[in-house]
Design a binder for this molecule. Structure first.
Ligand code: PEP
Ligand code: MG
Length: 541
């Protein structure tokens, strides 16, 4: 039995078999070989295995999602037969006497760049296919399991790190816990783990090569520890703790259906954060009174092209209808920084957190922004949708947003498309927005304070950088002063003010926020009942 410590992302306990996911982005080593024929044979063997796997995936997809959805696997099989692609790999092995993995990786990169540079949208989209196929071949050549990572029995997933797009592809039911060697407790990956209710630890100093797939592991988010191959006594202790946790959750059930109000009757709006409509079940199950932050960007991640108006409309309408008249606050696209989309070429930035992201992209890429606004305004007919905008730093940005909105409304009226004008809010997540919140409050209907970014920008600490976790202190005095200032300025103009950043779900701070006058808290679904319990204990406000 070995014990390791890490940084807790979500407090929960899990016990089960490990599944190690090797980092696909790890650099492929160039090795000199002496037998080119044998190396080419390895490529041919890997190609055969990849084709068989793709056929299985094609058959399964055909049954589950139909011909159009399955076509991707057909396209991949065709790339595997492409003479230029294979010729380039074999040629490199022969002329440079290098290992197959390296030849596949370099050829994959070259073909990716070639397709990606093409004007034609269809050909451009093939770039990602070539990369997928090359990665599949490399996985086979390296002897890694080539199955889909989340299609097996429930397991504790261990990896160097997970990207937000890998997270959204996970089947929650199959993930007992997450453990990463790198990563940060404040990243979007960590936020997703909390929202999905998955016990998780980051920055656990594991050597992934030494952890065989299938060994037992305990992940204890309360203690910030994991045990590899735990002994019987440790397993028993973990099982008892799991039982206690289930009991604690059961006791919280009594707060379902109760009002979120202090002892003296001051009501607080208690909403939940989501990134995907599939999480709405969780929102309702935990009796949240609405959705305070729907991170719409997750609709744009892990795919090959932008979601169109119709697809977005369906998603937002589904959210509004499922919530049955309760408020659903949808934040417009907030990509950039750690949330990267391949089809959207942001390019390498020295400081991505302070770079091209959020509303800056939307106001530049107005066609894409208008598509989202059209979908949102149309969906608003079907429920209680509000819209809010991320990363605001100036009055001019908000004025520009309203100019775009006006155009969109005129357009919808021209084509006689039914729509409703939703409540309009902004996120307060930059120090600039706090300092001009008096002016901003005149323009919008509400503020939602994003303490995650506000902490990052106020304290000059990159929230993605795990080495700085000790400096990332959302409880810093400066943050509390900023929250107070934002609330006062919002209220001066009769606007409500909420918190949707992670700090809002800290039960130790619920009373502080309520005494500051905060009107709404939007928290991970799993925290709703805990916060309601807290609010109901507060007196004399
Ligand atoms: C925030 O910054 O606090 C926030 C809620 O937005 P995100 O975490 O998605 O950046
Ligand atoms: Mg933010």
């Amino acid at each position: 039995m070995r014990q390791f410590s890490g940084k807790t992302v979500y407090k929960g306990i899990a016990l089960g078999p490990v599944r190690v996911l090797k980092n696909q982005d790890s650099p492929i080593r160039r090795k000199k070989i002496s037998d080119a024929e044998a190396e080419i044979c390895r490529v041919t063997g890997a190609k055969r295995q990849a084709k068989e796997k793709l056929q299985t995936l094609y058959d399964r997809a055909l049954k589950e999602v139909g011909k159009v959805g399955a076509a991707i696997f057909e396209a991949h099989q065709m790339i595997l037969e492409d003479e230029d692609y294979l010729g380039s790999i074999c040629n490199m092995i022969q002329t440079e006497m290098v290992n197959a993995e390296y030849a596949v990786a370099v050829t994959g990169d070259n073909f990716f760049a070639m397709f990606d540079a093409m004007e034609d949208g269809y050909m451009k989209a093939r770039a990602a296919d070539v990369r997928d196929i090359s990665n599949r071949l490399i996985r086979i050549l390296e002897g890694q399991k080539d199955d889909e990572p989340f299609s097996e029995a429930p397991a504790i997933l261990v990896a160097d790190d997970f990207t937000p797009s890998a997270m959204i592809q996970m089947d929650r039911k199959k993930v007992l816990a997450l453990v990463t060697v790198r990563g940060s407790a404040n990243s979007h990956t960590a936020i997703l783990a909390r929202m999905m209710n998955i016990p998780a630890l980051v920055r656990v100093p594991l050597n992934l090569e030494e952890i065989p797939d299938g060994v037992q592991m305990i992940v204890d988010g309360f203690m910030g520890s994991i045990w590899v191959e735990p002994d019987e006594e440790t397993c028993l202790r973990a099982e008892n703790r799991m039982k206690e946790e289930r009991e604690r959750a059961r006791l919280l059930e009594q707060f379902k259906g109760k009002e979120t109000a202090t002892v003296d009757g001051r009501k607080i709006r208690l909403y939940a954060n989501i990134s995907n409509v599939t999480e709405i079940g969780h929102v309702l199950e935990n009796d949240a009174e609405g959705i305070g932050l729907f991170r719409s960007e997750y609709l744009y991640l892990g795919r090959k092209d932008f979601p169109g108006e119709e697809e977005q409309f369906q998603t937002y309408r589904q959210a509004a209808q499922t919530m049955g008249g309760k408020k659903v606050i949808i934040r417009t696209l907030d990509v950039g920084a750690d949330k990267q989309v391949d089809y959207f070429d942001i390019g390498k930035e020295a400081n991505p957190a302070m770079g091209y992201r959020g509303i800056r992209i939307c106001l530049k890429e107005q066609k894409m922004f208008r598509t989202q606004l059209r979908a949102l305004f149309r969906a608003a007919v079907f429920g209680n949708i509000s819209v809010m905008y991320p990363m605001i730093t100036s009055v001019e940005e908000v004025q520009e947003i309203f100019r775009v909105i006006k155009d969109v409304q005129e357009e919808l009226e021209r084509d006689e498309t039914p729509y409703r004008y939703p409540e309009q809010g902004i996120m307060i997540e930059t120090p600039a927005a706090v300092m001009i919140s008096d002016e901003l409050a005149r323009l919008v209907d509400f503020f939602s304070i994003g303490t995650n970014d506000l902490t990052q920008y106020t304290l000059a600490v990159d929230r993605q950088n795990g080495r700085l976790d000790a400096f990332y202190n959302p409880r810093h005095k400066a943050i509390f002063k900023m929250i107070r200032m934002t609330v006062e300025n919002g209220h001066r103009h009769g606007k409500w003010v909420g918190i949707c950043g992670e700090l809002g779900s800290d039960p130790e701070l619920t009373e502080t926020f309520i005494r500051m006058g905060v009107d709404e808290l939007s928290v991970p679904p799993s925290m709703v009942l805990k916060i309601r319990k807290k609010v109901r204990e507060i007196k004399d406000v």
